[in-house]
Design a protein. Structure first.
Length: 94
C-alpha cells in the first residue's frame, strides 16, 4: 500500500466483512493468524468476514486495529440543536 487513504462506504455488516477480508488477504494472513493478531477468536473472525449481523462492536474494532484500519463515522454538521456540552467525548464533534 502506498500510504494514501481510501474511503469505503459501509452500509451493512457484509460490506465491512468484505473490507476486512480484502485487507487480511492483502496482508497474506489466514483468518486464524489475523484473529490471533487482533485478539479475537477465529470463529468470530470468520463470522465477521461472512457478514453475520450479531457481531460485537468491541471485537470488530479489535479486528480493524489488527489490520491497521480505522472506523470513521460521517457526522452531519449540527445547527446547534444537539446539546453535547459536558459530555466527556464532546471533543469528537469539534
Amino acid at each position: 500500500m502506498d500510504g494514501s487513504i481510501e474511503t469505503v462506504q459501509v452500509s451493512e455488516v457484509l460490506d465491512l466483512g468484505v473490507v476486512v477480508q480484502r485487507f487480511r488477504k492483502a496482508a497474506g494472513l489466514t483468518q486464524v493468524e489475523a484473529s490471533r493478531e487482533a485478539g479475537v477468536g477465529p470463529r468470530f473472525y470468520g463470522e465477521l468476514e461472512s457478514g453475520k449481523v450479531t457481531v460485537r462492536m468491541e471485537s470488530v474494532l479489535k479486528v480493524l486495529k489488527g489490520l491497521g484500519l480505522e472506523l470513521q463515522v460521517a457526522v452531519p454538521k449540527s445547527d446547534g440543536g444537539g446539546e453535547r456540552d459536558g459530555d466527556e467525548r464532546s471533543h469528537l464533534f469539534d
